[in-house]
Design a protein around this ligand. Structure first.
Ligand code: BG6
Ligand code: MG
Length: 224
């Protein structure tokens, strides 16, 4: 008999919508302003990481930044966020990635809980712009956790709130640190992206249009 999970916990940026690209473009713009170049390969390590930690990694590329005060760092982080907000100002439900809304509908139809597990402080705003807020029983964003991914806290906080054992949860992620966080939480991890970065996922798809409810549940059942 099929065993259904009790919750799906979705990462936001790069899973529900392609805001991962806007984060990249905003960081790239900031890097340019700092006189350093930053490519997509470098960006992989920023996926799923908090705003301040991402800034620190970019500043490591610029020797002159070592002397920057905390206030100056905060100003740079705000500058990046201003660039990002310009991008997300434009988004609407057309920016939901293929297959995501039908997956959310299927999960809801099975009366399975849905949560968000995002490292972003802008998560609620993005969900609202996509008109997806009503699907979510609980939202964990950067304001609700002290330890970011790859620490499992983002995912365990969602499961704890919903009062669901971790082994009954499925987490979906596009970031290597995100898949690591799901695995550390003892949840079933679904990776969305390339094997090169996400080989540690329990189940991997190349893109969101391949996310099928029945297949995810089947793979989950094969593991439990
Ligand atoms: C994560 C993204 O979801 O949120 C990162 O993958 C981003 O790229 C992080 O830096 C923090 O986002 P924000 O919106 O709080 O700056
Ligand atoms: Mg992501």
């Amino acid at each position: 008999m099929t065993h259904y999970p009790k919750a799906f916990i979705f990462d936001l940026d790069g899973v529900i919508t392609d805001t991962a690209e806007f984060h990249f473009l905003a960081w790239q713009k900031l890097a340019q302003e700092l006189g350093v170049s930053m490519d997509r390969q470098f960006n992989e390590q920023l996926k799923g990481i908090s705003r301040m930690e991402s800034l620190e990694r970019i500043l490591e590329l610029t020797p002159s930044s070592r002397s920057l005060s905390y206030e100056e760092r905060l100003r740079l982080a705000n500058q990046k966020n201003d660039h990002y907000l310009e991008f997300i100002d434009l988004i609407n439900p057309d920016y939901i990635l293929p297959g995501i809304e039908s997956l959310l509908k299927k999960i809801k139809a099975q009366h399975i809980k849905i949560a968000l597990g995002s490292a972003s402080k802008n998560a609620l705003k993005v969900l609202e712009k996509l008109l997806l807020t009503n699907y979510f029983d609980y939202v964990v964003d950067a304001t609700k956790v002290t330890k970011g991914k790859p620490n499992p806290e983002t995912f365990t906080t969602a499961a704890d709130f919903l009062n669901i054992p971790y082994s009954e949860c499925i987490g979906l992620e596009d970031a290597a640190v995100g898949v690591e966080a799901i695995n550390k939480a003892n949840m079933f991890s679904v990776g969305v992206g390339a094997l090169e970065h996400l080989s540690h996922a329990d189940y991997l798809v190349g893109n969101t249009s391949e996310l099928m409810f029945e297949e995810i549940v089947k793979r989950y059942n094969e593991k439990i």
